[in-house]
Design a protein around this ligand. Structure first.
Ligand SMILES: O=c1ccn([C@@H]2O[C@H](COP(=O)(O)OP(=O)(O)O[C@H]3O[C@H](CO)[C@@H](O)[C@H](O)[C@H]3O)[C@@H](O)[C@H]2O)c(=O)[nH]1
Ligand SMILES: O=P(O)(O)OC[C@H]1O[C@](O)(CO)[C@@H](O)[C@@H]1O
Length: 712
């Protein structure tokens, strides 16, 4: 493992899971998941790769094999620039699915990405996740490798949710459509575990990240993105012949009039319908200018995803209601090359760019419009506050106030002097404040210390075993899984004895080592080869029961048990378990569900106190806190990596909440029938998790059949 020294060029890993990402002709706006972030990460990878002290940049995304989206996205590796490539990792179904449907596949993504990383000459120096889904992956990778994690949110669930509620959507609809709680949970977890958050604006820190339980402005750095000033520039000549003008003429009775231009993905958050209503409600505005709405590409609205389909249908209905035919254009198609032309067409016409979003975390389109010489009208919620603050090139409005939107547009359109002032300011200041080269330099200055702080885990196993490197393993919890039915246990024990030569037998228990050993003795269970005890905080190797010290050192990261005891100690319904159940890396409580706070409330409290600990409720009555890097699943993955056992050849069995992360991802998971009522239900749709009919050890035996385990 080559440690990063001052001279070694940096190896940076960017993770951006969703959307359609490739090196050329990004299909921006094609769907709700392919837009600013996909452009941002490609530009960032290229800008970083150009820097002298960067040796390698990998932009990792999900591999998509789907005739609907073309073969590029199935390429496992795609050169992006010198020293930069796009790497595609398989996870979940082969086809292209919405980002909201990715949650149950991200553990596999993390497992497969780590397998890929261990095949590289060396691990990256830094991990940088983009958006909640990549944050979920980044946290798991950081815990398993010891590398530092940077995060950039691009768009934040709490902010989006707040604005959609303000627009009148019901919480259950938001939850149903956007799986908002899983997204926000992942964002909170990422903010708790990231070493640094890179934002594009101060507004994001003060107005958007501030909504989170884990709010740590002191570990946030503002590094605004850039824009491509070669691509986006003012019209070269008044009569510039732009092909797209023909497209617009088909919809506009007076195509020479100034253009109000809106350009965004057709997402509810972009509030395009609100803009159309503002235009429809203002005869003066309709007299002054046409409205051109570029909202992705489409063939048949009826085939779009629910979100985009709703937005576009609503646009057609509103345009019809106000009878805006001839004054509003809603082009079905535009190419990546058309976008810069469209901005220039609007500038040539003396028009205005408008971003009416309910909230706009940053707003790359505002940079593009400014670089094209267009004055701006933009939402006062989010990045536009900083952009227009820096560039003095437009007006901010309340996106829910339609007359304010119309008024701002009229003000600029009726005042050529103001138009000119905003146009010139925008041109000058976008070049001054927003450049990818400046971004990359600031980025490297900011991460320099972090890239040396990570303490990667050793790659070689801590103990040289007697050559027993098996390619099959079973890890099982003890209580209510291995134990509970003596006949089932006896059958399982016989099977283990019979297959012992082919198999690593492990346990993963919340019990301490002494308590687990007593169980083996009492029930005459053969000594396992590997023991994960105390909820993954300790690992022992039989027969000498040698503790894995590297693991202990690894999980010690940010563990502050005294602070944790003080914070948790004040809560009702929680009483410390017996001293015999406590350990240096495990705080165990009895949980009284009648009086104790909910798990959600406890997690919120931990995040507010910036305590990065894992907290699990088992069988509805035992509440355990361990370091963030410790859990049954993380310990199991560490062992699998050390002993070169593919996760796909590990049968992991459980029945309570503490078993969840060892059942997720690429292991062969099995949930025994007598599991605690609601714990593990979230795994219902997760691939490689088998819900057994049989309870206790019978469930394990059943799963061995189900997976044809010994013939794998
Ligand atoms: O039909 C379309 C729609 C969009 N775009 C392009 O897609 C990008 C859209 O980026 P942005 O306006 O920033 O919006 P989002 O796609 O929503 O991007 C998210 O991520 C960006 C990068 O962090 C942030 O700037 C945004 O606030 C955040 O919502 C721009 O380059 C547009 O030119 C098209 O080319 N065609
Ligand atoms: O609007 P949402 O659901 O917050 O998602 C924002 C989307 O825009 C993007 O920029 C599209 O690339 C991503 O950040 C994300 O997929």
């Amino acid at each position: 493992m080559i440690e990063n020294t001052n001279t070694e060029p940096l190896y940076i890993l960017l993770i951006s899971v969703h959307g359609l990402i490739r090196g050329r002709d990004l299909e921006l706006g094609r769907d709700a998941d392919t837009g600013g972030q996909t452009k941002y990460v490609v530009e960032l990878a290229k800008a970083l790769a150009k820097q002298p002290n960067v040796g390698r940049v990998d932009l990792v995304t999900r591999r998509i094999i789907d005739t609907e989206v073309g073969p590029d996205y199935a390429e496992l590796a795609e050169p992006l620039a010198e020293n930069a490539q796009i790497v595609r990792i398989e996870a979940g179904p082969e086809g292209y699915i919405r980002k909201e449907e990715l949650w149950d596949h991200l553990d596999s993504f993390a497992d497969n990405l780590l397998t890929w990383l261990h095949r590289q000459p060396r691990l990256p120096d830094i991990l940088h996740s983009h958006y909640a889904d990549a944050g979920y992956v980044g946290v798991r990778l950081a815990h398993r490798t010891g590398l530092s994690l940077i995060h950039t949110g691009h768009s934040l669930g709490r902010d989006k949710c707040r604005r959609l509620l303000a627009m009148g959507l019901a919480m259950e609809d938001i939850e149903l459509r956007y799986h908002m709680s899983r997204r926000i949970d992942a964002e909170e977890d990422t903010l708790t575990n990231a070493d640094l958050v890179i934002t594009s604006t101060r507004n994001e820190i003060e107005e958007q990240y501030e909504l989170y339980d884990c709010y740590t402005p002191d570990k946030m750095a503002i590094i605004p993105p850039g824009t491509d000033l070669d691509m986006f520039h003012p019209p070269t000549s008044a009569g510039e012949d732009i092909a797209f003008a023909e497209t617009l003429k088909m919809s506009l009775h007076e195509p020479h009039k100034p253009m109000i231009l809106a350009l965004s993905r057709p997402d509810e958050r972009k509030n395009i319908v609100g803009l159309l209503e503002a235009y429809g409600g203002s005869p003066r505005l309709q007299q002054l200018a046409n409205l051109v709405i570029i909202a992705g590409n489409r063939e048949d609205i009826r085939e779009l995803g629910e979100g985009p389909q709703g937005v576009l249908t609503e646009l057609l209905l509103v345009a019809d209601y106000y009878d805006l035919y001839g004054r509003v254009a809603l082009p079905k198609h535009h190419s990546a090359d058309d976008v810069a032309d469209i901005y220039r067409l609007a500038a040539t016409s003396g028009g205005v760019f408008v971003n009416p979003a309910l909230t706009e975390p940053f707003g790359l389109t505002l940079l593009e419009a400014a670089a094209s010489g267009l004055p701006l009208v933009a939402t006062e919620n989010g990045g536009p506050v900083d952009i227009i603050g820096n560039c003095s090139n437009g007006l901010l409005v309340d996106p829910l106030d339609k007359s304010a939107i119309a008024e701002a547009l009229v003000t600029i359109l009726e005042n050529p002097k103001l138009w000119q002032e905003f146009s010139v300011n925008g041109l000058q200041n976008v070049a001054r404040y927003y450049s990818w080269d400046a971004h990359a330099q600031a980025y490297l200055r900011t991460i320099r210390t972090l890239s040396q702080q990570g303490v990667p885990l050793p790659k070689t196993p801590p103990i040289v075993k007697t050559g027993r490197y098996q390619k099959l393993a079973i890890f099982t919890a003890i209580d209510n899984t291995l134990l509970g039915d003596n006949e089932g246990l006896a059958q399982f024990v016989n099977l283990i004895r019979e297959k012992r030569k082919k198999l690593l037998f492990g346990i993963a228990t919340g019990r301490r080592l002494d308590s687990a050993l007593a169980i083996f003795k009492k029930y005459r269970i053969p000594m396992p080869d590997i023991l994960i005890t105390s909820f993954g905080t300790e690992i022992y190797y039989a027969p000498q029961l040698i503790a894995d010290i590297a693991w202990t050192y690894h999980i010690d990261h940010l563990w502050t048990p005294q602070v944790l005891r003080r914070v948790i100690g004040k809560l009702p319904g929680l009483t410390l378990q017996a001293k015999s159940e406590q350990s240096r890396y495990k705080l165990s409580y009895h949980y009284d569900s009648n009086s104790a706070p909910s798990m959600e409330e406890i997690l919120t409290l931990l995040r507010q106190q910036e305590l990065s600990a894992n907290c699990t409720l088992s069988s509805g009555q035992f509440l355990d806190f361990v370091p963030a890097r410790a859990s049954k699943g993380q310990a199991l993955r560490y062992i699998a990596q050390q002993w070169h056992i593919p996760l796909e050849r590990i049968l992991a069995t459980g029945g309570s909440g503490a078993d969840e992360d060892m059942l997720r991802g690429n292991t062969l998971g099995v949930v025994v029938a007598n599991r605690h009522c609601e714990e593990l239900s979230i795994l219902g749709d997760t691939e490689h998790v088998y819900f057994a009919e049989g309870s206790h050890a019978w469930g394990i035996l059943e799963a061995i059949e189900h997976y044809d385990f010994f013939n794998r």
